[in-house]
Write a protein that binds this ligand. Sequence first.
Ligand code: NAI
Ligand code: OAA
Length: 310
Amino acid sequence: MKITVIGAGHVGATAAHRIAEKQLANTVVLLDIVEGIPQGKALDMYESGPVGLFDTMVFGTNDYSDTADSDIVLITAGLARKPGMSREDLLMKNAAIVREVTDQVMQYSKNPIIIMVSNPLDIMTHVGYVRSKLPKERILGMAGVLDSARFRSFIAKELNVSMQDINAFVLGGHGDSMVPVVKYTSVAGIPLTELLPQQTIDQLVERTRKGGAEIVNYLKDGSAYYAPAASCVEMIDAIVNDRKRILPCSALLEGQYGIDNIFIGAPVKLGKNGIEQILEINLDKPEIEALRKSAAIVEENCNNLAPLLA
Ligand SMILES: NC(=O)C1=CN([C@@H]2O[C@H](COP(=O)(O)OP(=O)(O)OC[C@H]3O[C@@H](n4cnc5c(N)ncnc54)[C@H](O)[C@@H]3O)[C@@H](O)[C@H]2O)C=CC1
Ligand SMILES: O=C([O-])CC(=O)C(=O)O
């Protein structure tokens, strides 16, 4: 198993280290456009092996030929937002970066599974899909796992219970229009609505929607990376170990939920072949409407990008 991480910044480096520690691959390649950064960070990670107790080979490079025959490629290259910016403000610059990166990756790997991380997430996943020409099962975006993790952590804190017992689903686009599905959120199987008043649930939902911005406002010069990297690694683990996990990921919908030809967060079954199934669960009317509204925003942005993708 060879896993390449493109972008040796906050998310990429943190994810690469977790992948190595968990020994999810024999080789982890860390690639960045800046010379020295991926080499230095990868060597530092590799040197943590004897005390971190892992044997994964980690090496850094600026040369795409080193990524040849990757099984999984995690794309984290691009700009991160600063306070006051929306993820969509990164659109044009990151689309150009993701386009170039995807083209380069595909020159050296015939049939990788690509997990997109760069923002705005659902649109960048579309860019990766169009440029890579990979089958739709092999390209997906990381967002729902992170948004759900945030929602779960807020619920655990509110109820003073273990994070382990909380199940939650956040669907839709990775932006203010995301759709936390309260109906399918439970604590050890007990519906959340039986444990918390609606007003508190609404507050937790709102905090989840703005979870990314909350961190940006603290950090000032970048965005979250520990929870994002952990979320990427959960998806990679599901693929590497063929776990058939049901996780919310940005996937190409083709008619499900009345949405066609758009990448948006939906529950998928993740295994060794990538997306093995997209689950169409029962949603209430307001949730369906929110999901479609979220998809319309993604579609509009993708249409604006069409000239760049040709
Ligand atoms: N989907 C999600 O839930 C999340 C998405 N993100 C997004 O992930 C991206 C990365 O975030 P961070 O790691 O915090 O940013 P960062 O600025 O720490 O790292 C980005 C890295 O990309 C590299 N890069 C830029 N252009 C490149 C190119 N053409 N080829 C190769 N490498 C290139 C930079 O040199 C830098 O090292 C951002 O777009 C951010 O918005 C971040 C957190 C969560
Ligand atoms: O907020 C950002 O820009 C980064 C991100 O997507 C997140 O942390 O959810």
